[in-house]
Design a binder for this molecule. Structure first.
Ligand SMILES: [Zn+2]
Length: 64
């Protein structure tokens, strides 16, 4: 059974979204996932919309 299909899958699919560049005011299409920019996207003016990482719920331990 493909239990992960349907509604759940939508949230995993990047969607194009228009963001206004704070530098030049132009609208730039960036790919987002649940409102987060998932990859660096450069505006034509040079401003870069940085990818916003979702903070994973895991404890980081220093490896030895
Ligand atoms: Zn710009």
């Amino acid at each position: 059974m493909a239990v992960m299909d349907g509604c759940e899958a939508q949230y995993r699919t990047p969607v194009p979204e228009e963001r206004v560049c704070p530098q030049c005011g132009k609208e730039v299409e960036v790919f987002t996932n649940r409102g987060r920019v998932i990859e660096d996207t450069a505006c034509s003016c040079g401003y870069v919309f940085k990818a916003e990482e979702d903070v994973p719920l895991k404890v980081e331990r220093p490896e030895e």
